[in-house]
Write a protein that binds this ligand. Structure first.
Ligand code: GLA
Length: 385
């Protein structure tokens, strides 16, 4: 590998799957690259444009190589990659550790090295690597290790985004595989229940991600507003903008990759504000990549909680979230964060949503949260007097 900083912090970008699934082509991908730039999101740190499943023909060529579908990608993949690169962005693609991808296209099983060569020759910078049709008698760990080695030796820096849905205790071996991110969950759907379930499923796994190997809770549904062409993803019918903001804030503080899944060619101002919130992005991209810890509201622990993440400048990022369906209060006792009131210490609070400094607080900070709402703060330990 030539770039020793490859995916040091969680990757950020856009992926075609959540909204477009099988309905992809060159024009869409190049349009998404344009939109990432013109929307200003590129300047906020989003850099990968990733084509998910359904990009290839159903058969390899006579030499056993993967072939881009000429109807969807008439100029070939290198052309698309070159275009994405010309915008100052990076290009991602998708394959699978099994014999077939989830949508039934050829997978890379036992073709890992030749496929890595193909991806390198097209100018791919990121490979999402799925888990469908994996031969049952084979341990997934060795297959992810295999593709990782193939990519690390293909002559190009390619991030490996392992996607085994948290199976086989992936968090316990993924560091050793060399993959830069690992999907720890099943597929997200464009509804609040799914966001809540995926977040809660990883709340006790925050110690397993860190620089160069990030826990991927799945791609974002922020801004989809029920627009997926896949009924299963759209089931139960979308989120409110408040729920999308809570989803983004939780993914940010959990250190998950921030891969946008909506149609970025058509975003509302509210969605752009959420996806472009520089404070939330800074929390996600903090160089130490520490996992947050959880403090629950003492009299409502199932619904209301705070995630607390130490940042490299000595401050604390704090995300309050109300996962329940009733209005709830979160009172964070500074004692729980290691702040001794008796020693004249308190916290100076900055609000990442209003962008306002709220001043110094002693002993506790209390917020009332509407159902599914959140509040993200940056808190600096200070002397009170
Ligand atoms: C799996 C993955 C999804 C997506 C689809 C494509 O379900 O988890 O993120 O890549 O396959 O078929």
């Amino acid at each position: 590998m030539h770039n020793k900083y490859l995916a040091m912090t969680p990757p950020m970008g856009w992926n075609s799957w959540n909204t477009f699934t099988w309905n992809i082509n060159e024009e869409l991908i190049m349009g998404a690259a344009d939109a990432l730039c013109t929307s200003g999101l590129k300047d906020k740190g989003y850099e990968y444009i990733v084509i998910d499943d359904c990009w290839s023909l159903k058969q390899r060529d006579e030499e056993g190589r993967l072939v881009a579908d000429p109807e969807k990608f008439p100029h070939g993949m290198k052309y698309v990659a070159d275009y994405v690169h010309s915008k100052g962005l990076k290009f991602g693609m998708y394959s699978c550790c099994g014999t077939h991808t989830c949508a039934g296209y050829p997978g890379s099983f036992e073709h890992e090295f030749v496929d890595a060569e193909t991806f390198a020759s097209w100018g791919v910078d990121y490979l999402k690597y799925d888990n469908c049709y994996k031969p049952k008698h084979i341990n997934g760990e060795v297959l992810y290790k295999r593709m990782s080695l193939a990519l690390r030796n293909c002559g190009r820096d390619i991030v490996l985004s392992a996607c085994n849905w948290g199976h086989e205790d992936v968090h316990s071996w993924i560091q050793g595989s060399g993959a830069q991110l690992f999907r720890s969950t099943g597929d997200i759907q464009d509804n609040w229940q799914s966001v809540k379930n995926l977040f809660l499923s990883q709340i006790d796994k925050t110690a397993y991600s860190g620089p160069f190997c990030h826990n991927d809770i799945d791609m974002l549904i922020v801004g989809m507003h029920g627009s997926s062409n896949n009924e299963w993803i759209g089931e139960l019918g979308a989120c409110t903008d408040i729920e999308y903001r809570t989803h983004f804030a939780l993914w940010a503080i959990m250190g998950s990759p921030l891969m946008i899944g909506c149609d970025i060619r058509n975003m509302t101002d509210a969605i752009l504000e959420t996806l472009g919130n520089e404070d939330l992005i800074r929390i996600n991209q903090d160089i130490e990549c520490r996992g947050p810890y959880c403090i629950r509201q003492w009299n409502n622990p199932e619904s209301v909680l705070a995630m607390v993440k130490p940042l490299s400048d000595g401050t604390l990022a704090i995300c309050f979230a109300n996962l329940g369906d009733k209005r709830g209060e979160m009172s964070l006792q500074f004692w729980d964060l290691g702040i001794p009131y008796a020693a004249n210490m308190g916290l100076e609070i900055y609000n990442c949503y209003t962008k306002e400094n709220e001043g110094k607080f002693s002993e506790r900070y209390v917020a009332v949260l509407e159902p599914h709402d959140s509040l993200t703060l940056i808190a600096k330990p200070v002397k009170l007097k």
